[in-house]
Design a protein around this ligand. Structure first.
Ligand code: KG4
Ligand code: ZN
Length: 342
């Protein structure tokens, strides 16, 4: 019996140079080099610095992943790479490297969608992964509720944020609270010592007249800023915890309502914000109460990584998708309608 294909995935859409290797649905290696420290003093990712860091980290990260997986470059059956969305200069470093590897080895190349890949990481080491699911995709650039038949050809966006993404809201509030960058993990840590019921911040877009599956976080951001101005001596940890509770409450409420409305009993939460400890806790409690199977990737596979790209590429291979052209163009603004590049 032929073994499952060995796939190497490359992710460079933001500030992580990441390489993952999978065999079918089994994760063999996940190596990440990040330039986050270089961006911290600017309070956000500087595209040019990210691109240069990707160039420097690319070769050692690939070599490191091959070593951990215990395979040679010539063993790889297919290459996958994030082709969008993301920072254009950063994406091009990844697509160029992957094109070079494909040309040098004669193995097929798949340009895959970063957002699809965040959700596709759920297939790794997991039996139930291919059932229809609701996806809650929450990252620095996106907050969407998806109905997923299969990741390659049947993903419908039910709703999305009409302003800030969830991760963006965490990052902006962290800056106002003078916390470290990136803001999500900093708020998560601080909130542990705060009272989440201290301040009743608004839950955006939860009136009956609103599109039930859309999100809005700009009103919450304004409410938190105003609160800080009006109560400068308020306890920072209480603000962080109450803000986090408002975000997480809306995310979980809407995702589970979408599951009920679509008659789907499986929820996958993915993207960087899925690393949030309170989101994981609240989603677990409410999904259990509703009889919904909840899947959240392990923390290291929530934020950007190469394993998710390899996983998405594995799905493309098993769906019989045609490979992408070598030298494929990156698309910085691509949406979920484009799962695999042609
Ligand atoms: O998916 P990701 O690594 O990159 C994008 O594709 O955007 O997500 C990054 C986002 C950032 O906004 C970061 O603050 C947020 O995920 N994040 C978190 C946590 N860890 C990362 N947000 C809340 N709590 C966390 N623990
Ligand atoms: Zn991401």
């Amino acid at each position: 019996m032929k073994s499952e294909p060995l796939v190497l995935g490359i992710e460079t859409s933001c500030d992580e140079t990441a390489v993952g290797i999978v065999r079918g649905r089994v994760l063999l290696a996940n190596v990440i080099s990040t330039s986050v420290e270089e961006h911290a003093k600017f309070g956000g990712v500087v595209p040019e610095i990210a691109s240069r860091a990707h160039l420097e980290a690319m070769q050692p990260t690939i070599a490191g992943a091959l070593k951990i997986a215990g395979v040679a470059l010539s063993d790889i059956d297919a290459f996958g790479v994030t082709a969008g969305p993301g920072l254009i200069g950063a994406l091009v470093v990844g697509t160029s490297a992957a094109s070079g590897l494909s040309l040098a080895t004669g193995k097929p190349l798949f340009g895959v969608n970063h957002l699809s890949s965040h959700v596709a990481v759920d297939i790794l080491d997991n039996e139930s992964a291919l059932r229809p699911s609701i996806g809650l995709l929450v990252s620095g650039g996106h907050s969407s509720i998806l109905r997923i038949g299969d990741m390659v050809s049947d993903v419908e966006t039910l709703g999305a944020t009409i302003d800030d993404a969830a991760g963006e809201a965490f990052d902006k509030i962290a800056r106002i609270l003078e916390l470290d960058f990136p803001g999500g993990p900093a708020i998560d840590r601080l909130a542990k010592s705060g009272d989440a019921t201290a301040i009743d911040f608004p839950r955006g877009l939860t009136r009956p007249s609103d599109n039930p599956w859309d999100f809005s976080f700009s009103g919450l951001k304004t409410a938190v800023s105003r609160y800080i101005q009006s109560a400068p001596s308020a306890v920072k940890a209480d603000i962080a915890a109450s803000f986090q509770e408002a975000v997480v409450d809306v995310l979980v409420t809407k995702a589970l309502a979408a599951a009920a409305s679509c008659g789907i009993d499986r929820l996958v939460i993915a993207g960087g914000v899925a690393a949030n400890s309170r989101l994981r806790e609240l989603a677990t409690a409410r999904a259990t109460a509703q009889g919904v199977e909840l899947r959240i990737p392990p923390m290291a596979l929530c934020t950007d990584n190469g394993a998710m790209v390899a996983a998405m590429t594995s799905l493309a291979l098993s769906a019989g998708a045609a490979p992408s052209a070598v030298g494929l163009g990156a698309d910085s603004t691509s949406g979920l309608e484009r799962a695999i590049w042609r």
